[in-house]
Design a protein around this ligand. Structure first.
Ligand code: HEM
Length: 528
């Protein structure tokens, strides 16, 4: 009898062959899974490479630690840092992902050399269908550096001066017109309101009144559809003909053509009045090789700027207001600061006023320390990278992941790190961060990656705006926008938690940017 016949004649095999096809497939599939789990576990135990960082244990190949990481990235980083130290690797959707935390880890990844690390390879699948072609991660890094330079140059002090009254006006008019704020007091779902206020203020200031006026009708819905392309699942399914991707592509084409029509109109007819908006500046910018920035690139950069700023600023402003509802006495202190500095009649806010309101500024700093909207920053590795001070060499098959939030919540640098304490940024506070106590903030090394001098951030445990060639160019704008929104809001309202408690809602990590779970309701009372 041949071997096959012998196997087929075995009672177990006979039993298996007697099963229905569906059951047979399930048994085979289950067997393959069990076998792959065994091989996966054995390979982790038997084949440890001493020159690579330790691997977070996982049962299933491909899935690896994707679920535990995705549910709560900060907790995942903390637990594994406690176990392995500052550098470790985990499997994220089949990819070996090496995390390097702490100031040295931030520096290693974010200030990595162009020949070693690459951002566009990671992000382009997600961003290009949303922003459009030839900008940001759909072009060589040198071109992105030029584009960032154009954007940064547009954000002058003169521009900021003109933005503060625009932002103030938008916030006041929102509070006046929005039906939910009409009663003397009430309960609102905060993040939705802050998202609207953020997009109205940013679009008006950065993109001009012509664009802003379209946000009440068409643009808001189109940006919502664009947003649906910005989901983690699209790292894998960006190409798929799924309903949300179809909507994303339609929205991208429509928004870009709306911007291009506005650009054409502005070129043909000039502006009705002088505006210091970003669109106008980009329309008149020229690359180093003498090519003027084409209209489609201006349009795509406008989308990129609004999307980049929207998620981070909107999440931050929601957290600020939720923290104020949790700590109503700080909201009162903020109002008293304005009265003391600007006068009891609270005159219209000016750009210069913002620098005179240290607590108002500290609110943003402290909220970004605990609630930075970007918890993970990734880079593809292009060639073997030795990790300074260790025996590890990260091979090009890995992805690097920086998480500046880890050092921002490390008691070594921030006493009582889990306490939201805006007063900690004062030099004589018991919770003062080491970077303020040591004066390191002022002494940071500066570097120019092609878009102007930026602080290198090497050694800083506080980097909510990143570091290196991909550092945020929107930091100052975000600060002006958030400080103005906070100052206007404390003039208008008292906030508190609906149940009068000191609780705080949890964080939603399911989208790309972390933000408050929804609904996140608070009680307001108009000051009138
Ligand atoms: C990059 C944070 C607001 C435009 C970044 C990065 C971070 C960040 C961490 C680095 C990403 C990386 O290294 O991969 C924030 C936070 C904000 C904010 C916390 C608000 C609280 C804004 C605003 C704008 C903006 C308002 C636009 C006006 C950009 C751009 C980049 C960037 C263009 C560069 C991307 C690159 O070079 O790869 N931001 N951002 N951001 N941000 Fe922001």
């Amino acid at each position: 009898m041949g071997l096959l016949q012998e196997v087929a004649a075995h009672p177990l095999a006979e039993h298996f062959l007697g099963l229905g096809l569906g059951v047979q497939l399930a048994v085979v599939f289950g067997g393959v899974i069990v076998l792959s789990v065994i091989l996966n576990v054995l390979s982790q135990i038997l084949f440890k490479n001493p020159n690579e960082p330790p691997m977070v244990f996982h049962w299933f190949p491909f899935i690896g630690s994707t679920v535990t990481y995705g549910m709560d990235p900060p907790r995942f980083f903390k637990e594994n840092r406690d176990k392995f130290g500052d550098t470790f690797t985990f499997i994220l959707l089949g990819k070996k992902t090496t995390v390097a935390v702490g100031p040295a880890g931030n520096d290693f990844i974010l200030n990595g050399k162009l020949k070693d690390v690459n951002a566009e390879e990671i992000y382009t699948v997600l961003t290009t269908p949303v922003f459009g072609k030839d900008v940001v991660y759909d072009c060589p890094n040198a071109k992105l550096m030029e584009q960032k330079k154009f954007m940064k140059i547009a954000l002058t002090t003169e521009a900021f001066r003109s933005y503060v009254p625009i932002i103030s006006g938008e916030v006041q008019s929102y509070f006046k017109k929005n039906a939910d704020f009409k009663p003397k007091s009430g309960v609102i779902d905060l993040p939705k309101k802050m998202a609207e206020i953020t997009i109205f203020t940013a679009s008006h200031a950065l993109q001009g009144s012509a664009v802003r006026s379209r946000f009440d009708e068409t643009l808001a819905a189109l940006y919502h559809d664009l947003d649906m392309g910005f989901t983690p699942i699209n790292f894998m399914l960006h190409w798929a003909p799924l309903p949300w991707n179809r909507k994303r592509d339609h929205a991208q084409r429509t928004v870009a053509s709306i911007y291009m029509d506005i650009i054409k109109d502005r070129r043909a007819n000039g502006d009705a009045h002088e505006e210091h908006d970003m669109m106008k500046h980009l329309m008149n910018s020229t690359y180093k090789n003498g090519t003027p920035v084409p209209d489609h690139e201006v349009a795509h950069m406008m989308i990129a700027l609004l999307m980049a700023g929207q998620h981070s600023s909107s999440s931050t402003s929601s957290w600020i207001m939720l923290r104020l509802a949790q700590n109503p006495e700080i909201m009162e202190e903020l109002l008293q600061e304005q009265i003391r500095v600007l006068g009891a009649d609270l005159p219209p806010l000016q750009y210069e006023d913002l620098a005179k309101l240290p607590l108002n500024q500290a609110i943003i700093k402290e909220t970004l320390r605990i609630h930075a909207p970007i918890h993970s920053i990734m880079r593809a590795v292009k060639q073997p990278m030795p990790v300074p001070g260790t025996k590890y060499v990260i091979p090009p098959s890995h992805v690097l992941l920086a998480a500046p939030g880890v050092s921002a919540s490390d008691p070594q640098y921030f006493p009582s790190p889990d306490t939201w304490d805006p007063h900690r940024w004062e030099v004589d506070s018991p919770n003062v961060p080491s970077i303020v106590r040591n004066g390191a903030v002022e002494e940071e090394e500066k570097i120019d990656y092609g878009y102007g001098l930026v602080s290198k951030g090497a050694g800083s445990p506080y980097l909510p705006f990143g570091a290196g060639r991909h550092r945020c160019i929107g930091e100052q704008f975000a600060n002006v926008q958030l400080q103005t929104i906070v100052a206007e809001t404390v003039r208008a309202f008292k906030f508190s938690n609906v149940d009068g408690s000191r609780n705080l809602i949890g964080t939603d990590y399911a989208s790309l940017f972390s933000r408050p779970l929804e609904p996140a309701k608070i009680r307001y009372e108009r000051r009138d």
